[in-house]
Design a protein around this ligand. Structure first.
Ligand SMILES: Nc1ncnc2c1ncn2[C@@H]1O[C@H](COP(=O)(O)OP(=O)(O)OP(=O)(O)O)[C@@H](O)[C@H]1O
Ligand SMILES: [Mg+2]
Length: 257
């Protein structure tokens, strides 16, 4: 059973087409990574999955919520779509004057009207899950970037989404904290979360992803299991991109040669 189905999604900003008839399926409990050069449409595609970006045409389904952009979607439909997924951005947007635990329970308590005691109990379990039980009472300024990002993940999980979306969750972090965040993502994958992750961490994609989609110029140029797309890509564009990401100096050397 697929959790996500994207059909012929098209999105333009002004006259600039950013997604051309994109199709994507995400099966339940799988990890899909979106890779591709800057500006290829990865973030836009991710945002289409939770309604932060509105496609100009096409159909997006997440679980049992379907929006056909052949007509203008209703506010209710957009809210229903957004409620299906939790989103983690490049930079954590934590409330600076709230503790880690308060940040995690904010959505459940104020948006979903969960009783505070129950939300706190779940919030503590979620902080433990991301390895931060002992930081529950710390404020964001007292946490490292990687710790803040893990609080952000716990906060997204607290809303009980059925799909987790990550947009380059480690790209703003100091190198030594990247591993902690990737470990949390790997744990979530092992627990069976359905996840779509935009990432430049090719090793992570190799080890954790079930499916890799390579975007270039608003098109999914190549997709499949990581061993194929990352290990033995058929498209020259994929090969060129991977060479650049894995060895940033490679192109310069080729040009000099
Ligand atoms: N709100 C917007 N208004 C106008 N153009 C936009 C907007 N959002 C994205 N774009 C354009 O759409 C294209 C795709 O952007 P997108 O952010 O999806 O790329 P990306 O693959 O996530 O890139 P990066 O790796 O740099 O994050 C880019 O050319 C970008 O400039
Ligand atoms: Mg992006």
């Amino acid at each position: 059973m697929s959790v996500v189905s994207v059909r012929s999604v098209r999105k333009a900003f002004g006259g600039h087409v950013v997604l051309h008839d994109v199709n994507l399926d995400v099966t339940e409990g799988s990890v899909t990574t979106l890779i591709g050069p800057s500006g290829s449409g990865k973030t836009t595609l991710l945002r289409c999955l939770n309604g932060l970006a509105l496609p100009d045409a096409g159909i997006v389904r997440v679980n049992d919520v379907t929006i056909d952009y052949g007509a203008k979607p209703s506010r209710e439909a957009r809210k229903a779509l957004a409620a299906q997924s939790g989103m983690v951005f490049q930079a954590h947007h934590l409330f600076p004057h709230r503790t880690a635990l308060e940040n995690v329970i904010e959505g459940p308590v104020y948006v979903q009207k969960e009783p505070v005691a129950q939300a706190r109990e779940r919030g503590m379990a979620l902080l433990a899950q991301v390895g931060l039980a002992e930081k529950a009472d710390s404020y964001p300024s007292q946490l490292s970037g990687g710790q803040q990002q893990r609080v952000g993940i716990a906060r997204a999980l607290a809303l009980r989404p059925t799909l987790m979306l990550f947009d380059e969750p480690t790209s703003a972090l100091d190198p030594e904290t990247v591993g902690d965040v990737l470990t949390v993502l790997r744990d979530l994958a092992e627990q069976g979360w359905t996840m779509v992750v935009v990432t430049h961490e090719i090793r992570f994609a190799e080890q954790v992803a079930d499916h890799v989609a390579f975007l270039d110029g608003g098109v999914i140029v190549e997709e499949g299991p990581p061993a194929q797309v990352l290990g033995d890509p058929t498209e020259p564009r994929t090969r060129r991109f991977l060479r650049r990401v894995l060895d940033p100096l490679a192109d310069g050397r080729e040009e000099q040669a």
